[in-house]
Design a protein around this ligand. Structure first.
Ligand code: ZN
Length: 315
């Protein structure tokens, strides 16, 4: 372990035991949600469904002891009810991620129940990081096991359950050093588009042209959308164009591809558009309308891809 790593890892470990929260549930434990949960998971235990059994034993409907987390999920917008704490329980994961361990996989989750949850219970929870492992290498890659402990309380602040959630935050094993040729997934190559990929290998970006009516088209296809002719040849693109639109791909992360990967919809000066990677520009500096020029990215697996470099200054 380098001295540099031990510094930020100490920072990560200093967050162990810090309590985050409280965060409140949007809704009280309720029978409609219990019924839907049982239906979705194929649970037909009358204790949860007919009401009478639970009334006799507990004086109220009870929820299956698997729903603990279901009661305190954030809404679709990721928001919790007013009064909930807004501190960030994931800062340790973000810290690890900033040091190059961008991938994550859930390892296991254990729940413990101290009593049945009853209709009308209004839950809240706190969380803390219970442990951060030393750096480990697994078949997936190298990184850190992080265990989060969530504690659940009822409306009287009595603890009703807890959950341990373990993650592996890692750098994928297959990630290659940047100096090597990158590897990219192979495209589907057919008789209709082979000329396009062969052209790239010869460092030419070819645009398909209908030999009946002259219409240019991309991506390559068997028939002309203008006149339906099946006859075509191609012309070589100048390589000049502009960014018509773009997106930034964050997930899934791919070995050898920047974590924030800008991809452009390039309008070539010949008039057709093409989806291609953008190079030489930070993801947050890409601008629609920027002029771009073509470059070729030679990949390790006998594949050459067109990529575009912004020339600076939006049109
Ligand atoms: Zn045509």
């Amino acid at each position: 372990m380098s001295e540099l790593q031990s510094n930020w890892l100490d920072e990560a470990k200093a967050l162990i035991g810090h309590e985050y929260g409280k965060v409140y549930a949007w809704d009280a434990v309720n029978q409609p949600m219990i019924r839907q949960w049982c239906e979705a998971l194929g649970v037909d235990n009358p204790l949860y469904l007919d009401g009478e059994t639970a009334q006799q034993r507990f004086g109220a409907h009870v929820a299956p002891p698997t729903m603990l987390q279901a009661w305190v999920l954030a809404g679709i917008k990721g928001l919790y009810p007013p009064g909930s704490a807004t501190d960030n329980p994931y800062e340790v994961l973000q810290l690890i991620e900033r040091h190059g361990y961008a991938s994550v996989v859930a390892v296991n989750s254990e729940q413990e129940y101290f009593r049945y949850l009853k209709e009308g219970d209004r839950l809240s929870f706190t969380s803390m990081i219970e442990s951060v492992s030393e750096e480990k290498t697994t078949g997936l890659g190298t990184g850190f096991f992080v265990t989060q402990l969530l504690s659940f309380y009822d409306q009287h602040d009595a603890k009703v359950g807890q959950m341990r959630f373990r993650l592996f935050k890692f750098r994928p094993a297959s990630a290659k050093p940047a100096a090597e040729k990158p590897s990219r997934p192979m495209p589907g190559i057919s008789d209709d588009n082979r000329f396009f990929w062969d052209g790239l290998k010869a460092r030419k970006l070819l645009i398909q042209r209908c030999t009946a009516c002259g219409t240019l088209r991309n991506p390559p296809g068997p028939a002309c959308p203008a006149c339906h002719s099946l006859l075509s040849d191609s012309i070589e693109a100048s390589g000049r164009g502009r960014i018509y639109s773009y997106t930034v791909v964050h997930y899934p992360t791919l070995p050898g591809v920047p974590a924030a990967n800008p991809v452009g919809l390039i309008e070539l000066e010949e008039g057709v558009r093409l989806v291609a990677g953008l190079v030489g520009v930070a993801a947050d500096a890409v601008r629609i309308g920027s002029e771009v020029s073509l470059e070729f990215l030679e990949c390790a697996n006998e594949l050459t891809l067109p990529v575009f470099r912004p020339l600076g200054g939006a049109a």
